[in-house]
Design a protein around this ligand. Structure first.
Ligand code: ZN
Length: 380
């Protein structure tokens, strides 16, 4: 003393002792008892601070949380703008940065990222700079790495037919168009139809909702579902077909709708009744249903009702804005990656080529190979 003692992953030894129905775990319980006894023995005047961290505060033994033991909590949430900027500054401390680097802009673009994502981003940017034979990391390295962290690397040389490209373009613009119509603001940061290793054949990067709390209204949740539905809706409205490319969107939309019915009390049939209980607040956020079989089935029907309504709304929006949809999709097919500024320019009838394109990837060669087989060169 004086000192700070830090125990990481405290839940490994601090699990509640009455959860084990089959005799518990003697070794672990003894460790916990010993820890509790030691903590009581600290002299408060000596200046010893004991800190512990966990993702699962709900499983901790109640005795650990009593006054005089771990009695104060600091919840580490996703960092806000200032937090992300500070995190980036820490991680770039030992890295040579070029003069054009503006960490503030990177912090703005990375809303929703946690510290580990930012550390990863900086690391990838440094690797990219080395690969390109540069001595310092520049702004483009950081921007490209951000996409790499969220969507994986570009699959250069993917072969897509013209029809597939068109499908992907309409799918992605469908998301963006529904997002735009719901809020009437610049909807997206970037839309791309360049295949990435994690993000299927293309992806739409929505504008970050900066420093928004967890509080969501019913309308916001419905809007979120409708945006997820936008991709499939565009496939149906424009191409008159359906693809498996929408599977991730469907998963997400169903997750939100199910939460609305089971957890948020937002269905007509069940109202304020909780049909499920949350399992882990800070990890996966999953829950288990705690209702009768019949209620469960009825909850599914309510979920379907919400999804149908949002799907119809998305289709309606796209039908009403078919002309814009075509224009943006055509521009996307030509450019392969467009930014929100360019999309806004098309919507407002300006020339998209003239906008100030912050964050656009400046790729000199097209990422697609031609889909005509004889023009594809054989591998070396
Ligand atoms: Zn999609």
């Amino acid at each position: 003393a004086p000192c700070i003692v830090f125990i990481d992953e405290i839940d490994t030894i601090g699990k509640s002792r009455d959860s084990g129905r089959f005799g518990g775990n003697d070794e672990r319980e003894q460790t916990l008892n010993q820890l509790l006894a030691e903590m009581d023995g600290f002299d408060p005047t000596k200046g010893i601070i004991l800190l512990a961290a966990t993702n699962r505060p709900e499983v901790l033994d109640k005795a650990l949380l009593r006054p005089g033991r771990f009695d104060r909590r600091i919840i580490i949430d996703r960092p806000n703008l200032a937090g992300r900027l500070a995190t980036l500054q820490v991680h770039t401390r030992n890295i040579k940065l070029a003069e054009d680097v503006n960490l503030e802009k990177i912090a703005q673009a990375t809303a929703g990222c946690v510290g580990a994502d930012l550390a990863n981003l900086v690391n990838e940017a440094a690797l990219r700079a080395v690969r390109k034979g540069r001595k310092a990391v520049n702004q483009e390295d950081l921007l490209v790495s951000f996409e790499l962290v969220i969507a994986g690397t570009e699959k250069k040389g993917s072969v897509l037919t013209e029809f597939e490209k068109k499908l992907v373009a309409y799918h992605e613009v469908g998301h963006a168009m529904v997002a735009y119509k719901q809020k009437n603001t610049e909807p997206v940061q970037k839309i791309t139809i360049v295949p990435h290793t994690q993000g299927a054949l293309g992806y739409t990067l929505l504008m970050p909702e900066e420093d928004k709390t967890e509080l969501r209204t019913r309308d916001e949740l419905m809007a979120k579902i409708a945006v997820s539905m936008g991709g499939r809706a565009a496939e149906e409205v424009v191409m008159n077909t359906m693809t498996n490319g929408a599977s991730q969107d469907i998963q997400e939309a169903t997750g939100v709708a199910r939460n609305m019915v089971a957890m948020f009390g937002m269905s007509d049939q069940f109202g304020m009744m909780a049909l499920a209980s949350r399992r882990s607040q800070y990890l996966d956020g999953g829950y288990s249903m705690t209702c009768a079989q019949e209620t469960y089935a009825a909850a599914d029907r309510e979920t379907i009702k919400i999804l149908r309504q949002c799907h119809e709304e998305a289709k309606q929006i796209l039908r009403e804005n078919r002309e814009l949809l075509d224009k943006i999709a055509a521009y996307l097919l030509k450019k392969e990656t467009i930014t929100g500024q360019e999309m806004m320019a098309i919507i407002e009838g300006r020339d998209p080529e003239t906008v100030d394109n912050y964050g656009a990837s400046k790729s000199s060669q097209p990422a697609f190979r031609p889909s005509v087989p004889e023009t594809i060169e054989a591998p070396a």
